[in-house]
Design a binder for this molecule. Structure first.
Ligand code: 0WD
Ligand code: CA
Length: 364
């Protein structure tokens, strides 16, 4: 029986701390010293192939292979109008944390058998870090406590779904350019040459799984990594690739912050950006050192400490609220710009997201 249990806290006995209902996201509340963030350590990796099948290994890892010397603009539009040259992941398929728990189930012993952590996708945490400054897109995060570990999985908002379904051909083309750039800049082995004649297939990905700590919170999360350069131990050898329009519009003011948050969280030290024009030609490349990005924000538009303090507060809020250790109980946290983070509790509903096979594994 699908049953929505509550809105808020007081209506349900035993859920959360009475009175803890919402969390402010205003940046003014999160200034102050930067909380400690431990250098992320890689626990392992997995790959998703062209069919989106999970593999418990790094077979889809790519290697950084930038052009040797600059031979003029890079044409990202190659193949765009060729049938079959752009294979897109099925956006209808809700994967939630399935790949991550597939990895965890095979490597449970690596955490000392005790995952008293937050488990999530890196991309979800990027959104949390951006929240104090975000003015356009809200989010929903479902959280569930199971055997002492809190799992967090994003739920697409109605607005995001509408935007996805209304995406113009032009926007799709620009996404294609981003993936084509990855092809131009990477090879399938160290020292190899890029092959830009292959179709772009967004099912494919290499993901690293890292363990880290933000103040008092232990985190285990996975994120997609574009490529590796050099021999330093991962994640220090990973490189993030981005494309950007040469002229940044006012709506993209916080782009650099989002790039910082995404790479900082997972310990990726370098971001290589291809600056392109409106015809999809990359006119120059620029490398950013992730750790130096916060100091580049000369207008004081954003502050990395605010993002991390907010994330710390959000995880503390989750620990206070998400207290029933039951995978059939899901706490859905929602946020819209200008408002506080609020939540609802669902029991035995379609919000349940940990796969049955995963839960079964703990039955003993
Ligand atoms: O279905 C969804 N709404 C989500 C899917 C939300 C979050 C993640 N994912 C999946 C992605 O398909 C991918 O397998 O998780 C994996 C990536 O996780 P992440 O590293 O935590 O996500 P994020 O940091 O947001 O994105 C990293 C890269 C992106 O690179 P750019 O340079 O654009 O940040 O993962 C790719 C993309 O290359 N990616 C996606 N590709 C296709 N469709 C998507 C997507 N919805 N989301 C991320
Ligand atoms: Ca990228």
């Amino acid at each position: 029986v699908d049953k929505v249990v509550v809105v808020g806290v007081e209506e349900v006995a035993g859920v959360g701390e009475p009175g803890v209902r919402s969390l402010s996201t205003a940046p003014e509340g999160y200034t102050g010293a930067c909380p400690n963030y431990r250098q992320p350590a890689e626990l392992g990796c997995f790959s998703l192939d062209s069919q989106r099948t999970f593999h418990d290994d790094g077979r889809l890892l790519r290697y950084f292979a930038p052009p040797r010397g600059w031979q003029g603009p890079i044409d990202l539009d190659v193949g765009w109008s060729v049938p079959g040259a752009y294979i897109q992941m099925d956006a209808q398929r809700a994967e939630r944390l399935d790949h991550i728990v597939s990895w965890l189930s095979r490597h449970r012993s690596q955490g000392g058998g005790n995952w008293g952590y937050f488990v999530t996708w890196r991309g979800h945490l990027t959104k949390v870090l951006g929240t104090p400054y975000e003015r356009r897109e809200g989010w929903q995060l479902a959280a569930t406590l199971f055997r002492g570990t809190r799992y967090m999985s994003e739920v697409e908002t109605e607005a995001a779904r509408r935007e996805r379904e209304m995406r113009s051909l032009r926007q799709k083309q620009m996404c294609y350019w981003g993936y084509k750039f990855e092809q131009y800049m990477t090879a399938d082995r160290p020292g190899g040459e890029p092959d830009v004649s292959r179709p772009v297939n967004t099912n494919e990905g290499f993901c690293t799984v890292v363990r880290t700590r933000l103040a008092g919170h232990s985190l285990v999360f996975a994120g997609e990594v574009d490529c590796r350069a050099g021999e330093r131990p991962p994640p220090s050898s990973y490189v993030e690739l981005k494309t950007s329009r040469e002229v940044v519009t006012p709506g993209q003011r916080f782009k650099l912050m989002k790039w910082w948050a995404q790479s900082f969280l997972i310990g990726v030290p370098r971001i290589v950006v291809g600056f392109r024009d409106d015809s999809g030609h990359v006119q120059h490349l620029q490398t950013y050192e992730t750790l130096k990005i916060p100091k580049m924000s000369e207008e004081k538009m954003w502050n990395a400490a605010v993002s991390l303090n907010f994330c710390e507060a959000f995880l503390s809020f989750l620990k206070e609220v998400v207290t029933r250790d039951d995978p059939k109980v899901v706490y859905l946290f929602s946020w819209e710009p200008g408002a506080d983070v609020t939540y609802r509790v669902y029991e035995n509903s379609e919000q349940t997201f940990l796969p049955d096979w995963y839960i079964e594994q703990f039955r003993d």
